[in-house]
Design a protein around this ligand. Structure first.
Ligand code: C2E
Ligand code: MG
Ligand code: MG
Length: 713
């Protein structure tokens, strides 16, 4: 053992640093300390202090050392310092440390040491040199403190900073006023902002303008209240592009509970969303045609049925099975088959309205679902459209392919309110349609089937009838109440059916309207009425105004010009022509229709509003149309004069017409009482069986020529 360590004896060593300084100072003062005092002062220092000679043998061991290492001074003193090393072979401070120390003086080292218990810990070690009276190095003194906690904390910090730097999630830290103070490289990668560019800026720079300020305020108040927020939020990149991100926002408070920082960790989930969309697409859409698949179709029908129940709507399911598809697929291959299906899908889509659903069940089976039809028969009209759309051949490569279809139709609520069973019924009906061996459609319900067949018969029969002069006109006089004289006639069409005789218009006009055939019908009626008017004029019959009924479909551009040409070709003045249009037509009309009406009245043709009172026109609405005459519907005349309501309605219509400056005529007048009541209201004209039913042209002519008037009593 070498010389004892000279240290200053002092009772007053209040703090560790002070003690360490004093020790270091006094150790250089030769002969200033006494051995006992030295031990005492060492013990007063809480830090562990170990003295050793120049070879490293321990000469002094204070209480602090005892506590730190677990060895008593008797166990430690005399041992070589290496016995405390965690790894005696490690090159940290074992070899040559004295030399280094002698050269560079004291330095602080971080070293690993082993306690008596075997536990390894980190210590900070500072060495001081002890010199003898002659100033020669005589030993060393080491001060050790346990810095395991600090080293661990530093390790964690280093780890955290590595994570921050290398995280694939973008991390953003702001001050309490949400100014950005730090971002990681992933942030730069995702948003396009480099750290220097964005630090100091408000985090608002990342906001997407698809949200209101309120949206962000809600997020922040959530964070402030609950400490965190998580969710999907669109974020704006530097290039202005928005991307969906999944963000977690949190906050850090100081000891006083005040917010120091906010941080946000977010990832770009565009890819994931795209994948989700794709998965969703595959789950609900048919990949080949892009149409909704069976799953989506079921959902859509389910929803529609709920709504139909609530709002009392009618709808139809059309089950479409292609004819002649299988041979194409079998003989020309799947690629041609696939393209044929795509073409069919497109044709179906464009054959129906946007709000109608077209879906593919698989194979060559498609569904068209109509969720709001005003009449059940409309389903048949759509089926015909679908068949017409599939009729022209499809050209795939050099192949001319002709597919058709069999269509089965179920109707709700008539056939039920259950998706599964409606589809099954439509399927059954489709098989029935297939049995005919031709393209065609069938309803599930027999009654609907019969109706559809009848309608088809009427439609094709009427088409034939128009071409083969099976139609004729009857004329019903319109009589002026005041003078009692015939002032006009309504031309009403009749169909002289080869086997059925005279068919009333109620049976075929609505079908003609649905199928569009009414345009040809109206053209025929106009021609026939004007031809008749010409005949009467030539035969010098007292002139009367002839009224012709038009339907909504007749209002297509060029109507006024067509009528003008007809008038000219027959040499009839426009003031002798009146056009009757129904009130229902006005409620669906656009500005175009008003323009056409204006053009007609500009010609000098007058317009009357037929079946008035059965539609929904409001007063202000009526004012927009250039109408001359209102025709009170027959349904309000029937109850006159017994039914108070009918009387009130007729009265109201008359006074309204007067106020709006329209003439007013009552149709369906059958009795003298009705006539007298209408006269008392101030109604100007009547039309009805009371005076005359519709009659053939010659009978009408006779009535006019004999000057027939309303009976006086
Ligand atoms: P509308 O235009 O309201 O014609 C009046 C209908 O009431 C006619 O029936 C007429 O015969 C009937 N009527 C007249 N007076 C009386 C009466 O006192 N009592 C009863 N019970 N009925 C009476 P029609 O001829 O069967 O015509 C029915 C509907 O068919 C017409 O109603 C009209 O909407 C339509 N229509 C008739 N001819 C044509 C036409 O040439 N073109 C178009 N687009 N529709 C027509
Ligand atoms: Mg009419
Ligand atoms: Mg009418």
């Amino acid at each position: 053992m070498s010389e004892p360590i000279p240290v200053l004896v002092t009772q007053d060593t209040p703090d560790l640093d002070g003690a360490r300084k004093m020790c270091a100072t006094v150790c250089n003062v030769p002969g200033a300390c006494k051995l006992a005092a030295q031990a005492q002062i060492l013990d007063q220092i809480h830090e562990s202090v170990i003295a050793m000679d120049l070879e490293g043998f321990i000469t002094g061991w204070n209480k602090g050392a005892e506590q730190l290492f677990g060895y008593s001074s008797t166990e430690a003193i005399g041992k070589h310092i290496l016995f405390l090393y965690a790894d005696p072979d490690a090159d940290d401070d074992s070899e040559g440390f004295q030399d280094a120390f002698l050269e560079r003086g004291g330095r602080e080292l971080e070293v690993r040491r082993r306690r008596k218990s075997g536990e390894i810990f980190w210590a900070s070690l500072q060495l001081s040199l002890i010199r003898d009276e002659l100033g020669q190095p005589s030993g060393m003194i080491g001060y050790l403190s346990d810095i395991t906690a600090r080293v661990e904390a530093e390790k964690i910090m280093r780890l955290q900073s590595r994570i921050f730097e290398h995280s694939e999630e973008s991390i953003l830290i702001t001050s309490s006023d949400r100014c950005i103070i730090s971002v990681n490289p992933a942030f730069t990668e995702i948003t396009g902002y480099s750290a220097p560019e964005i630090i100091g800026k408000s985090a608002e720079i990342l906001r997407s303008d698809q949200y209101s300020a309120r949206f962000y305020d809600d997020i922040w108040s959530h964070v402030d209240q609950d400490g965190s927020w998580q969710g999907e939020v669109w974020t704006r990149r530097k290039n202005g592009e928005d991307f969906p991100s999944w963000a977690s926002i949190g906050l850090v408070r100081n000891q006083d509970g005040q917010i120091n920082n906010y941080f946000s960790i977010f990832t770009d989930i565009s890819e994931r969303k795209r994948a989700e969309e794709r998965i969703n697409y595959l789950a609900y859409y048919d990949e080949l045609t892009g149409l909704p698949n069976r799953s989506l179709l079921y959902k859509l029908i389910d929803q529609a049925l709920v709504e139909a129940r609530r709002n009392r709507l009618h709808g139809a399911i059309l089950f479409i099975d292609l004819n002649r598809f299988k041979p194409v697929n079998d003989s020309l291959g799947h690629s041609v088959g696939d393209r044929l299906l795509q073409e069919v899908a497109q044709r179906l889509r464009s054959a129906v309205r946007t709000e109608d659903v077209v879906a593919r069940l698989g194979g060559d089976e498609f569904i068209v679902a109509l969720f709001d039809i005003t009449r059940r028969e409309h389903a048949a009209v759509v089926a015909q459209k679908v068949l017409a759309a599939l009729d022209p051949p499809c050209w795939i490569d050099e192949h001319e392919l002709k597919v058709g279809a069999a269509i089965g139709i179920s109707i709700y609520p008539r056939d039920g309110f259950n998706t599964e069973s409606l589809l099954r019924m439509a399927d059954i009906a489709m098989y029935r349609a297939k049995e005919s061996g031709q393209d065609g459609y069938a309803f599930y319900s027999h009654e609907m089937n019969q109706r559809a067949i009848d309608r088809l018969k009427i439609e094709s029969g009427l088409r034939h009838g128009i071409e083969h002069d099976e139609l004729l006109l009857h004329y019903q006089p319109k009589v002026d109440i005041a003078s009692g004289r015939i002032v006009g006639a309504e031309a009403l069409v009749r169909w002289n059916h080869p086997t059925r005789g005279l068919v009333p218009p109620g049976e075929f006009v609505p079908i003609a309207e649905e199928s569009g055939l009414v345009v040809r019908l109206s053209a025929w009626v106009l021609e026939a009425a004007l031809r008749q008017a010409r005949l009467w004029l030539t035969a010098a019959m007292p002139a009367v105004k002839i009224a012709v009924n038009l339907s909504a479909r007749d209002f297509s551009p060029g109507l006024a010009e067509r009528i003008q040409a007809m008038l000219a070709s027959h040499g009839v003045q426009p003031e002798w022509l009146e056009l009757e249009i129904t009130e229902g037509m006005l409620t669906h009309s656009s500005d175009d229709v008003i323009t056409m009406m204006d053009a007609l009245t500009a010609l000098g043709v007058s317009l009357s509003l037929d079946d008035f009172g059965t539609g929904y026109s409001s007063l202000s609405y009526l004012k927009r149309f250039p109408i001359d005459t209102l025709k009170i519907d027959r349904s309000f005349i029937i109850g006159i004069p017994g039914d108070g309501n009918d009387c009130a309605i007729a009265g109201a219509i008359v006074s309204m017409a007067q106020r709006l400056g329209h003439r007013v005529i009552a149709e369906g007048v059958e009795t003298r009482d009705q006539l007298e009541f209408l006269r008392s209201l101030g109604c100007q004209e009547i039309q009805g069986y009371y005076f005359s039913p519709p009659v053939p042209a010659d009978q009408f002519e006779a009535m006019v020529r004999e000057g027939r008037t309303l009976k006086k009593d």
